[in-house]
Write a protein that binds this ligand. Structure first.
Ligand SMILES: NC(=O)c1ccc[n+]([C@@H]2O[C@H](COP(=O)([O-])OP(=O)(O)OC[C@H]3O[C@@H](n4cnc5c(N)ncnc54)[C@H](OP(=O)(O)O)[C@@H]3O)[C@@H](O)[C@H]2O)c1
Length: 279
């Protein structure tokens, strides 16, 4: 298992998503257990956002991480586009830090591009970095044109990642965005890496055969595929501690050239540019 270099840190290649978590009091304890199951088994990165449950997911994470050494964790949160101005970012960030019960984020992402000029968002992110409230900043849901433009802006090269939807069913970015990020030594964060859990991918024969060969399940093969280039951190979400432990183990599965060729024969690499898959 190879860690992924992100924002100057070497980080375990499977993180934890938190979409739809922290909302219901009756599942709160189970969700805390799920997050801790990940952290107890090697996970460092937790992905959350001010949007998720209007802050409830951040509150859940803040509670789940209490027993852990802060410096071993890699906490990521996201600011909504409407809040991504010089005036609003400090307010949103302060609220996220309070909910997460921490005094800094390892990475703060613009959730998707909105009407605030990106130049202004970069300035606010750089300011937060200088004040020590964030260690690094990045973006999410930026397509290849957005990224190309961003990289040319003042301090645009400081962007630490782009978090986008990426799994076998949505691999359009392999054509252009992944190569662009690679050229710029920028790791990818893959969201919805198990395609939301119930897709046809889990019934696909080629994946079932490869799973059997690796003594794994299809979810693990989907995750092993998503992180295969050593420059991607996948952030599957699960409220089930057993699923989380399973997902973490995917970091140790090395797909062979033969496995990858078989997968490509059913899910071919894109040969033209495709619109970015959202949500
Ligand atoms: N930047 C953005 O715009 C954006 C958009 C979407 C998501 N995200 C981030 O990416 C994270 C992941 O994406 P996602 O939550 O949409 O989709 P996902 O991680 O692909 O799928 C989550 C679903 O998969 C199930 N699952 C996970 N592991 C499983 C396993 N081993 N066996 C069986 N079922 C399993 C979960 O159910 P169980 O709880 O039953 O395991 C859950 O219903 C989010 O939580 C969020 O942090 C970011």
């Amino acid at each position: 298992m190879k860690k992924v270099k992100i924002a100057g840190r070497e980080v375990f290649p499977i993180g934890l998503g938190t979409l739809k978590m922290g909302d219901k009091p009756d599942t709160f304890d189970q969700e805390v257990k799920a997050i801790r199951a990940g952290l107890d088994n090697g996970v460092q990165l937790i992905d959350t956002a001010e949007m998720y449950g209007s802050g409830n997911a951040e509150t859940l994470v803040g509670h789940a991480i209490e027993p852990y050494e802060r410096e071993n964790l890699f906490l990521v949160s996201k600011v909504l586009p409407n809040n991504a101005s010089k005036k609003q970012i400090p307010i949103s960030l302060d609220n996220s830090l309070k909910r997460l019960n921490t005094d800094y984020l390892d990475l703060y992402l613009l959730h998707w591009k909105g009407s605030v000029p990106i130049e202004e968002t970069i300035e606010a992110m750089e300011q937060a970095k200088m004040q020590g409230e964030i260690k690094s900043w990045g973006v999410s849901n930026f397509d290849v044109n957005d990224m190309t433009r961003l990289l040319k802006l003042p301090n645009g090269q400081h962007c630490a990642t782009n978090q986008v939807r990426y799994n076998l069913g949505y691999r359009g970015i392999d054509f252009d965005l992944v190569p662009l990020m690679k050229e710029n030594s920028m790791p990818l964060m893959a969201y919805a890496p198990v395609d939301r859990g119930a897709s046809d991918l889990t019934k696909q024969q080629v994946l079932l055969d490869i799973s059997k060969k690796h003594n794994a399940d299809v979810f693990q093969i989907l995750l092993a595929w998503s992180i295969r280039n050593g420059q991607t951190i996948a952030i599957p979400q699960s409220s089930n501690p057993d699923h989380v432990i399973n997902n973490v183990k995917a970091a140790n599965i090395k797909l062979t050239e033969e496995d990858l060729a078989e997968i490509d024969s059913v899910y071919p690499e894109p040969t033209t540019s495709e619109p970015l898959a959202l949500w």
